[in-house]
Design a protein around this ligand. Structure first.
Ligand code: PHE
Length: 530
């Protein structure tokens, strides 16, 4: 690079360099490459040593195929001629020629050599079909072709002049070739015309034969010895782009989660502890009045643990456990229960929690305990956003592992109107202003309602969540009084994230198919700020 710079500066000192392309080819022997020369010119002109004007032009270059012939030192027609000539006097058949020079060279070269009349073809008479073969034999015999004797290619002269090679060599050197030849070479796809830019270079305001190293920083050394007065400083380039920083990037789910968190907190909700992916069936199902034969408790829907397979029931409050058993078996609090034989072992089975309502059931038990301690009930609002697991087959809208967002409000005498109002408010804050409700069934809520939101992009109502008022069969065994009602709802985090980030296949959002570049480049998430 330095040599390129020095040669250029020397040439400029002797007069203007009009065309960097020509200059590069003139100095090709000195290791000049036009690209290197251009970067030298750009850098020298940035430092003011030269001024450079850029011009556009067209250059003729050799194609890949032509480069091959130049390096072989022979055009295809000359190769064909040489092979045939060598085989004289008998000449070569096309197949023999192909064996000698290769299929491609034989094909193109033969055509050209014929046109140039360097070779000729000796036609042989077609051998007559043997008697009887013409009519007989049916279809199979008709297909069998008579082996045709191949014509022989013969050389028509002693020696030839490889004009094509000479032309290609001239083009390689950057020399002009006549218009007719150029047209012919172009037709044969041996040359191509490319647009390129070149520079016209002249002395700049700070011209010198050698570039002085400019100081980039004011160092202690420069200051103490007053050297700074004599050195040249490199100018700041305020247009230079800073290098791209790499670092951690938040996944869209995490971004949406932190927005949801903010919305809940602004609405006066407290976050519940969700640090328990492994849960007992007890808190995930039994405490929620979900009967032990419920299909959701089947291995088809729930992941069961084998190590450890069971939770220690001694950790659960014995009186509460007993009340749960009783409400399942015989009811109470105005309920008939399910009337089956409740098994402790079933409740002890460890699972990966199937919903964050397991988190809510633990929390509500704590709320009841607190009330017992304090002698009075304090209304509360709780939320959680974390991962849940279901034994589902994965498709574009389902994963076996996803996130749920859940909210609950516990207060005296809450009713359906409170639930509808709270949900409407929450969903409008997350950008879903139109919501509809549809009656549904959950073992732990009555009434229960599915939540639908209108998706303006799709023009459709999509199911976005589930909700209800927790049943007395769930709350009363915990110790909550009859007039304390709990309204609750849950939704997936993935659905709104997919809408917000325009992802339509959930597997592109979460799991091994996620494109890390998408994680790096996905935009900020700001919702619920109005
Ligand atoms: N647990 C329910 C689900 O997984 C959601 C829900 C939460 C429903 C709270 C009612 C009340 O879909």
């Amino acid at each position: 690079m330095e040599a390129v710079e020095r040669t250029l500066l020397k040439a400029v000192s002797e007069g203007c360099v009009e065309n960097s392309l020509e200059f590069a080819s003139k100095n090709a022997a000195g290791g000049f490459d036009h690209k290197d020369l251009c970067s030298a010119i750009r850098s020298l002109s940035a430092s003011g040593l030269v001024v450079a004007k850029e011009h556009a032009t067209q250059v003729t270059v050799l194609t890949e195929e032509a480069l091959g012939y130049v390096s072989q030192g022979s055009s295809p027609e000359a190769q064909v001629f040489a092979a045939v000539r060598e085989a004289m006097p008998s000449g070569l058949t096309m197949s023999q020629l192909k064996d000698k020079v290769g299929g491609q060279v034989a094909g193109v070269g033969f055509k050209q050599a014929m046109q140039a009349k360097w070779v000729s073809v000796l036609k042989q008479d077609k051998p007559k079909p043997k008697q009887g073969e013409e009519e007989g034999g049916g279809a199979a015999a008709a297909k069998k072709k008579e082996p045709k004797a191949e014509p022989t290619i013969l050389a028509s002269c002693e020696s030839v002049e490889d004009k094509c090679l000479v032309l290609l060599q001239s083009v390689a050197k950057g020399e002009e070739v006549g218009p007719k030849d150029a047209q012919n070479l172009k037709k044969r796809k041996l040359i191509a015309v490319e647009k390129t830019n070149f520079f016209e270079v002249a002395k700049g305001p700070k011209f010198a034969l050698e570039r002085k190293k400019e100081a980039t920083d004011l160092t202690r050394d420069l200051l103490t010895n007053d050297k700074y007065t004599s050195v040249a400083f490199k100018r700041y380039n305020f247009r230079a782009m800073a290098p791209e920083l790499s670092g951690g990037h938040l996944h869209p789910l995490l971004k949406v989660r932190s927005q949801f968190r903010k919305i809940f907190i602004r609405m006066g909700f407290e976050e519940m502890p969700t640090n328990r992916f492994v849960e007992s069936s007890f808190w995930n199902f039994d405490a929620l009045f979900q009967p032990q034969q419920h299909p959701a408790r089947d291995a088809h829907d729930t992941f069961f643990l084998t190590k450890p397979m069971f939770s220690d029931s001694a950790k659960w409050p014995a009186d509460y456990l007993e009340r749960v058993r009783k409400v399942h078996e015989e009811g109470g609090y105005g309920s008939l229960g399910y009337g089956y034989n409740w098994k402790l072992e079933e409740a002890q089975k460890n699972i990966l929690r199937t919903h964050t309502t397991a988190v809510s059931s633990r929390m509500l038990y704590q709320v009841a305990k607190k009330m017992e301690r304090e002698g009075k009930f304090t209304p509360c609002r709780y939320f959680s956003v974390d991962r849940v697991f279901r034994n589902e087959s994965v498709d574009r809208t389902h994963l076996a592992e996803f996130h749920q967002c859940e909210g609950l409000v516990a207060d005296k005498d809450l009713n359906l109107a409170h639930l509808l109002g709270t949900i409407k408010e929450f969903f409008s804050k997350i950008g879903m202003r139109d919501v509809k409700f549809k009656p549904a069934y959950n073992p732990y809520t009555e009434p229960s309602m599915e939540i639908f939101a209108f998706h303006p992009g799709l023009g459709e109502w999509l199911e976005v969540g589930n909700s209800g008022i927790f049943r007395p069969e769930m709350l009363r065994p915990m110790g909550l009084p009859e007039d304390v009602k709990v309204i609750a709802w849950g939704l997936s985090l993935e659905r709104p994230t997919m809408t917000l980030y325009g992802v339509d296949n959930i597997r592109e959002l979460f799991g091994h198919k996620v494109d890390l570049d998408m994680i790096k480049r996905n935009p900020l998430c700001r919702i619920g700020l109005d």
